[in-house]
Design a protein around this ligand. Structure first.
Ligand SMILES: [Fe+2]
Length: 218
């Protein structure tokens, strides 16, 4: 009976189901995180200070996975976050080949630059990612935590292939410390929206959270 039902099914339906299965399989294998559509209007990303904690010495391992350090067996403490997005021009075109750096505190609020404070030896603290032809970048890092005087944030610097740089900070929606943060407070509501990412529970294994954060050159 099942064979008869399959024979009776229109060919177009079978093809579309096959295509759907193929796309699903591709998505499961090749894309670690769902590619979420950007919800923000592409205003130029507001610039913010790099602050005093850009690493004084870059780590030997400076790849896009900040949770694992080459040669170490351990994994960084903290809630693992998949951070991905695109680098765009003001009119929405991808900036292929842009390079992105990020740096942030470990799960205890210590920067890599604060070596005297003994940052987590299993957290890279800094990483870099090269955008693909679609302007896409991705990092595996930890959900940023607050430290004295600051709400949770990730520092980001983008290098455009034409030599321009964009330095900013990414914040998290719903953090109670945002309203008290001296840098966040001075942003307009539109600028706050452009620098605030919404974390979602991650679908991919090995991640607790995921978010999409686009960076737009003026
Ligand atoms: Fe900071």
């Amino acid at each position: 009976m099942k064979q008869d039902a399959a024979k009776a099914r229109p060919r177009a339906t079978i093809l579309s189901r096959r295509r759907l299965l193929a796309v699903s399989a591709l998505a499961a294998c090749a894309v670690p995180l769902p590619l979420l559509a950007a919800s923000r209007a592409p205003i130029p990303t507001p610039r913010q200070t790099a602050g005093p904690f850009y690493p004084d010495r870059l780590p030997a391992d400076r790849d896009s996975d900040l949770v694992r350090i080459a040669g170490r067996a351990g994994e960084a403490a903290g809630e693992i976050l998949g951070l991905e997005g695109r680098v765009l021009t003001r009119d929405g075109h991808p900036v292929a080949g842009a390079r992105i750096e990020i740096w942030q505190v470990d799960a205890q609020g210590r920067y890599l630059a604060e070596r005297d404070r003994g940052p987590d030896p299993d957290f890279q603290g800094y990483g870099a990612s090269q955008c693909d032809a679609g302007g896409r970048y991705s990092f595996r890092t930890i959900r940023p935590v607050a430290y004295t005087g600051r709400t949770p944030h990730i520092h980001i610097r983008v290098h455009h292939p034409d030599g321009r740089e964009l330095t900013t900070q990414m914040y998290l929606a719903g953090e109670p410390g945002n309203a008290r943060d001296f840098l966040y407070r001075r942003l307009s509501p539109e600028e706050q929206a452009a620098l605030t990412a919404t974390l979602r529970p991650a679908a991919a294994s090995g991640y607790r959270w995921q978010t999409e954060f686009d960076l737009v050159f003026a």
